[in-house]
Design a protein around this ligand. Structure first.
Ligand code: ADP
Ligand code: MG
Length: 621
């Protein structure tokens, strides 16, 4: 392409200095014209054949052929204009494909987390294989400098991990034997032996890549607006051009008794067509969204589509789940009261009954118990969302949960005055005591709420299944505007629906959760934001936006990124349409020629594309 542009440009300049006339002159100019424009002419021809007439190639072809025809008719021999127009148009196209290609490459480089191989360790031998071929439970070795290809658990070795491609966090994270490890991090220092817990296709890396690759297929309203706009716009300008060519001469001829001057008006109509090319809009809007999504993912915020970026920018209310979202979800046991047996025995029963649950409470109880659990002792496990669990352990019916669970089972319980989450335990229908556990607020939560206010959020709300006393304390500490406590997962959906109904029409509501028993709320909210919990499937699936490092600070960051991106989109729309209308007006009045029209078109396109690329740079926000 670049070669064609240069040859045509040189030929054009040279012809300007060579005084030849007649057929030779025409032939040489035509040679330059075809060198630079043959593909456009072919495209235009194909468009006509497929009855999709009104596209850019068609506009350019008609305008330039028209200009050449006019030059022949006027015997002026001035073909320069037609060729120059084609030349500039091609320069614009070339720049556009260069810039778009470059920014796409940039983004995929940023997302350069796809591992090429895995070192499979088997019977003392290491073999380099395709990550796809590694089965769950295999052992893989990751050397320093390599990407972790598959999710798993470290069974040998210590190292620090660079997770910046996943979370945007630049500080390395320490990893030791026994830790879970997710794919996509880079191993920095030590050799790690990992037992895989997922297949490659189910691993974090694959999921993220899927998300990012499919993000651009979900179109935003602004993008849909552009395609609708193009459908009306092109036929409209074509009609306009025909009118411009025909109406004024006829009026002059019949109403004003003047010479028709067909050439002038046909020329203006052709120029009008050149000026009308909508390429700046068509290219820059999707590019802006693409760049915005890319920039966000660089910061550890995965946005699943342009439409979500748009919704995010209009968000005025943010609703939070408590456990695992604002708090760490890592409970410490702070007391065991009224136990009818050894404290440790009570804890053991509770931990066994909880052994199948993935709720943060369950994990904390298991950790507090500290010893190996024989899962086979627990049978008939039944988890009641937002209440607790019931199970048969060593033949005894164990119920572990909150006040509501006890009331539901008709068991009299002893209320607790300590502040914390109270876990009652009943054995064979009789009360056996309670465990008080308390959760720690994430260190970034307070700052996160403050920065949401500065990002223009009008109201923050916290929903929780926990008791009022814990809820009030956390909300007070963080400065949250409204709290609703003791909600079952279903109640949370209802509350969110109420909040959606009572808010102004245009503003949007975001729900932020950890994906554990709040997936329905995540999908009900205008926009669902999930803590990626470093690979929690439920969250990644149900949410529209995923925060890779569970840091609530990233919520306001995501909102600011979306606002910047949408700002750029609107700037481009207004700028491109504004200049376009101005040009069309100037052309119709005969104040601007074809040169100026194409200059304006290519110029607007370049500025719009450069502006779009700005959406990629979000680090400082
Ligand atoms: P949150 O809304 O804060 O995320 P959940 O809806 O997950 O809380 O749980 C609400 C309450 O239900 C908890 O505070 C706890 O009392 C009880 N609960 C839920 N799951 C369990 C469980 N696995 N074991 C014991 N109690 C549970
Ligand atoms: Mg929760």
């Amino acid at each position: 392409m670049l070669a064609r542009i240069i040859i045509a440009a040189v030929l054009l300049v040279a012809l300007g200095f060579i005084p030849i006339a007649g057929w030779l002159r025409f032939g040489l100019y035509m040679a330059a014209y075809f060198i630079i424009g043959y593909d456009i002419l072919i495209k235009a021809g194909k468009g006509i054949k497929n009855r999709q007439v009104f596209d850019e190639s068609f506009l350019m072809a008609i305008a330039t052929i028209g200009a050449i025809g006019l030059a022949i008719y006027e015997k002026s021999g001035d073909y320069t204009e037609a060729i120059a127009v084609m030349l500039f148009y091609q320069v614009g196209e070339w720049f556009q494909s260069y810039a778009v290609g470059k920014s796409r490459r940039n983004i995929s480089e940023l997302m350069d987390i796809r591992p090429d191989y895995a070192n499979l360790y088997k019977d003392g031998v290491i073999e380099r294989v395709d990550p796809d071929e590694v089965e769950i439970g295999s052992t893989i070795v990751v050397n320093p400098g390599e990407k972790v290809p598959i999710d798993g658990v470290i069974i040998e070795g210590n190292s620090s991990l660079n997770t910046s491609a996943l979370t945007g966090e630049s500080l390395p994270r320490d990893a030791k034997s026994g830790d879970e490890i997710i794919s996509g991090c880079i191993n920095m220092s030590g050799v790690l032996k990992i037992e895989t817990t997922r297949e490659f296709g189910e691993s974090t890396v694959s999921k993220i890549l899927d998300l990012v690759e499919n993000a651009s297929s979900r179109k935003s309203k602004s993008e849909n607006f552009i395609s609708k706009f193009a459908r009306i716009y092109t036929p409209a300008v074509c009609t306009g051009a025909v009118l411009l060519a025909v109406a004024p001469p006829l009026v002059r001829l019949f109403a004003m008794d003047l010479p028709a001057s067909w050439e002038t008006w046909v020329y203006r109509a052709l120029t009008f067509l050149v000026a009308s090319c909508p390429c700046a809009l068509v290219i820059s809007i999707p590019l802006s969204f693409f760049a915005g999504i890319g920039g966000a993912s660089k910061e550890g915020v995965l946005v699943k589509g342009s439409n979500y970026l748009e919704t995010l920018s209009k968000t005025k209310i943010v609703v939070f789940d408590k456990t695992g979202t604002l708090t760490q979800g890592v409970f410490e046991v702070s007391g065991i009261h009224h136990s009818k047996m050894e404290n440790e025995k009570l804890l053991e029963y509770a931990a066994l009954a909880e052994s199948a649950s993935s709720h943060p409470i369950s994990r904390s109880l298991q950790r507090a118990y500290g010893k190996e659990l024989d899962q086979s002792r627990a049978e008939n496990i039944q988890e009641i969302s937002g209440n607790g669990v019931m199970a048969t352990v060593d033949g005894l019916r164990i119920a572990v949960g909150n006040d509501k669970l006890m009331e539901h089972l008709g068991i009299e319980y002893i209320p607790c005055r300590s502040v914390g989450t109270i876990i009652h335990i009943a054995i064979d229908g009789k009360y056996a005591g309670h465990i008080v556990i308390s959760d720690v607020v994430k260190p970034q939560s307070k700052g996160a709420i403050e920065s949401l206010k500065s990002a223009g959020i009008q109201k923050t709300v916290m929903l929780t299944g926990d008791t009022a006393s814990v809820a009030e304390r956390v909300a007070g500490e963080l400065g949250i505007d409204q709290v609703y406590s003791q909600l079952l997962p279903g109640d949370k959906v209802e509350k969110v629906e109420e909040l959606i109904k009572s808010k102004p029409e245009k503003s949007k509501l975001a729900f932020v959760g950890d994906g554990i028993n709040d997936a329905p709320v995540l999908s009900r909210a205008d926009i669902g934001i999930a803590m990626g919990a470093m690979g929690s499937d439920a969250a990644i699936e149900a949410a529209d936006v995923v925060l890779m490092d569970d840091n609530p600070m990233k919520i306001s960051k995501a909102i600011k990124i979306s606002k910047k991106c949408l700002g750029i989109v609107y700037q481009n729309i207004v700028f491109a349409i504004g200049i376009k209308l101005l040009c069309l007006l100037l052309v119709a009045m005969g104040l601007a020629g074809m040169w100026l029209a194409i200059f304006a078109d290519v110029g607007v396109m370049i500025i719009a594309v450069l502006n779009a690329i700005r959406a990629l740079f979000v680090r400082k926000i």
